[in-house]
Design a protein around this ligand. Structure first.
Ligand code: FES
Length: 256
């Protein structure tokens, strides 16, 4: 998914040498998608407002300094965007390296294996090496055997899904889905850096304001919020994914 367009007036620009005309207010990322150019991303989706937090969708724009996030940069007339320069490739690998250095590397046994956007993006940016020491958040004990004060146990209190803080990349997709898709404000992000993770503000999901609509689970790019049925039975064809506690009809809602 990519952030949606907003206007009837159009703007013409070039992206990687190809000309494209899109409604004014369209993001560079969305305009690139019109050309079939998929810019790597982790925090942007079709269904929530872009916030430019993951820094994976960086591009270069001729005449502009820096490397803006394409998901939050609107198109401008005559803009010349480059999505695949060596500099951008290096920066994206650097960003992915940081994400992976703080992520449990249990991909083969992870319930999101094959359906994980972190995994997809590591492949998409050509990540081959992680130079940093892995973050310590996801181990119950430290290397010296002492208890890890940063460790937070998996929360399985909700009947439909689990929450595994160790796999959270703090992309805010669940927080935004909760607010913008569901209109509930059950989630926030607490902590900074390695300790940033989503929080319900309550002791667990079951005792929080969460209404079990599933919007956050669908928005999650990793196995942080994972349907229990997926954990037990593997990834289904995902046609009916609602876990809405209100009707249970199965409305085919998908956040992505
Ligand atoms: Fe643009 Fe994350 S997708 S910053």
């Amino acid at each position: 998914g990519t952030p949606a367009r907003r206007s009837d007036r159009t703007v013409t620009l070039t992206i990687d040498g190809f000309e494209v005309t899109v409604p004014e207010g369209t993001s560079v990322m969305r305009a690139a998608a019109e050309l079939g150019i998929e810019i790597p991303k982790l925090c942007a989706t079709d269904s929530v407002e872009p916030i430019g937090s993951c820094r994976l969708c960086l591009v270069e724009i001729e005449g502009r300094r820096g490397t803006p996030a394409s998901c939050t940069t609107p198109v401008a007339p005559g803009m010349k965007v480059h999505t695949q320069t060596p500099k951008i490739a290096r920066m994206r690998r650097g960003v992915m390296e940081l994400y992976i250095s703080d992520h449990p590397l249990d991909c083969l046994t992870c319930s999101a294996n094959g359906d994980c956007q972190l995994q997809d993006m590591a492949g998409a940016v050509g990540l081959r090496d992680v130079r940093y020491t892995p973050g310590a958040n996801h181990f119950e004990t430290r290397q010296n055997g002492e208890a890890n004060p940063r460790y937070i146990e998996k929360d399985a209190s909700n009947p439909y899904f689990t929450y595994d803080p160790a796999k959270c990349i703090a992309c805010y997709r669940c927080v935004r889905a909760c607010e913008e898709v569901q209109g509930t404000f059950a989630l926030t992000v607490e902590g900074r850096g390695f300790e940033a993770r989503i929080s319900t503000g309550a002791s667990d999901f079951l005792s929080s304001d969460c209404v079990s609509c599933g919007a956050c689970v669908q928005a999650c790019p990793t196995a942080t919020l994972q349907e229990k049925s997926v954990i037990e039975m593997g990834t289904p064809d995902r046609a009916v994914v609602t876990t809405c506690a209100y009707c249970g009809v199965g409305c085919n809602f998908r956040a992505e």
